[in-house]
Design a protein around this ligand. Structure first.
Ligand code: CTP
Length: 401
């Protein structure tokens, strides 16, 4: 089999320079990339850069090499088209089927998955015209990644930034692996908690745990690639924001509960992948706790934290909401998992065995997905992404039409 063929469409926004890195990631991982820039985008990055980095000509118009019928051939032979950045103008043209240059012609002839990574000012993104165009494109099966929140071209900040190129690359990779017509989470809102909570003792110390957040982030990435709107409630993680996810940062279990409940109000799915502290110090010392010569330290009194998973499962914000929990166990893994599934009242419980060198912080995971109706799916040791996909497969069959 030849290399997967990717068309990288670049439209005229300042974020065009970030597409150079996306191109590099695609070519270095074995994709044959044809860059199709719009004429406006050449104001930001020139044709020579695209040709040199891709090893292919980069034309903007349909009038070059006409004998090769490029306006039809490039789209027809692509395995994936990704437009990054996609400007408001490009989204409008794509939504209305205009075809006045090579990229818009390519979008009309492509029968493969199409990913748009919009980047523009917040006002343009939020304009009803843009939002309707995005909705049209999504309805037709395109994957339009939500822009990131952050610094924009000028001094302003807001929603509209192009996500990190490495994260756009991850979306492309997932979409290429799954193929067209596989966006089984399209139109669904999924809420994922990730990371580990920290319960402060004093201004410099906390009770925490070893969760890195990688499994929750893998769930977020894969859900975006399957078409979901994703809210990621991240507790103390140090990972890059997944492209397309709305990231809400929290510290403690109480903050996590608040953020998850708020996002869950209109969610189709809630996945509690975070390691939530069961206890917190009964008292918070406003100043640093000092040692005193000749005295033993005072014991730390703890109080219970709310159980977010049990609460969400018992009191579903929506009919048919699917709730997924995780269980980290060191002994009697399956028996403890079954008991926990019953106790928490969720639909699925992902049970993994943990130990010093297993699961926490690693790139790989192994688990059993227990379902409330009794089924048991074994997911062999492998990338956290593979486990994430297996979880979404189980969620997707439980979602109401
Ligand atoms: N969880 C939660 N709120 C808590 C504790 C845990 O929502 N206060 C969620 C976790 O996000 C996870 C699941 O519950 O999805 C199981 O977490 P785990 O720590 O394994 O279970 P515990 O309830 O702490 O049970 P035990 O301490 O008996 O193992």
């Amino acid at each position: 089999m030849g290399k997967p063929k990717v068309v990288l469409g670049v439209s005229g926004g300042i974020a065009a320079y970030k597409a150079c890195e996306l191109l590099r990631l695609l070519t270095e991982s074995g994709h044959e990339v044809r860059v199709v820039p719009t004429a406006a985008s050449l104001n930001f990055v020139g044709e020579a850069t695209w040709a040199a980095l891709s090893g292919n000509p980069a034309s903007t118009e349909v009038w070059e090499t006409v004998h090769e019928v490029p306006h039809v051939r490039i789209g027809q032979s692509a395995d994936l088209v990704v437009v990054a950045p996609a400007t408001a103008d490009m989204l409008a043209k794509a939504a209305h089927g205009l075809a006045d240059d090579l990229l818009t012609n390519t979008l009309l002839t492509a029968r493969c998955p199409v990913v748009f990574a919009p980047a523009m000012h917040t006002e343009m993104w939020e304009h009803p015209a843009t939002q309707e165009n995005v909705a049209t494109l999504r309805r037709r099966g395109a994957l339009v990644i939500e822009p990131a929140v952050g610094r924009l071209t000028g001094k302003d900040t807001g929603k509209g930034r192009l996500p990190d190129p490495a994260e756009i690359y991850e979306v492309c990779r997932r979409v290429l692996a799954r193929g067209v017509g596989e966006q089984d989470l399209a139109g669904r809102h999924v809420v994922i908690s990730a990371g580990g909570t920290r319960e402060p003792l004093d201004p410099v110390r906390f009770l925490g745990n070893r969760s890195s957040g990688k499994q929750g982030y893998a769930l977020a990435r894969t859900a975006v690639a399957r078409g979901a709107r994703v809210t990621l409630v991240a507790a103390n993680t140090a990972l890059a924001d997944p492209a397309g996810a709305d990231v809400v940062r929290v510290g403690t279990a109480v903050q996590l509960r608040e953020a998850v409940l708020e996002a869950a109000a209109d969610a189709d799915v809630v996945v509690m992948a975070a390691a939530v502290a069961d206890f917190r110090p009964a008292e918070y010392a406003g100043g640093k706790i000092k040692k005193k010569d000749g005295q033993d330290p005072a014991p730390v009194a703890l109080v219970r934290n709310p159980d977010v998973l049990a609460e969400i499962s018992a009191d579903r914000a929506r009919d048919g909401q699917v709730v997924v929990g995780f269980a980290a166990e060191t002994d009697d893994v399956l028996a403890n998992g079954r008991a926990k599934l019953l106790r928490k009242g969720c639909d699925l419980l992902v049970v993994n065995e943990v130990g010093e060198a297993r699961t926490f912080g690693s790139e790989e995971n192994e688990a059993v997905i227990l379902a409330s109706e009794g089924s048991e799916i074994q997911v062999p040791y492998g990338p956290k992404e593979t486990l994430a996909e297996a979880i979404w497969d189980q969620v997707a069959v439980r979602l109401q039409p």
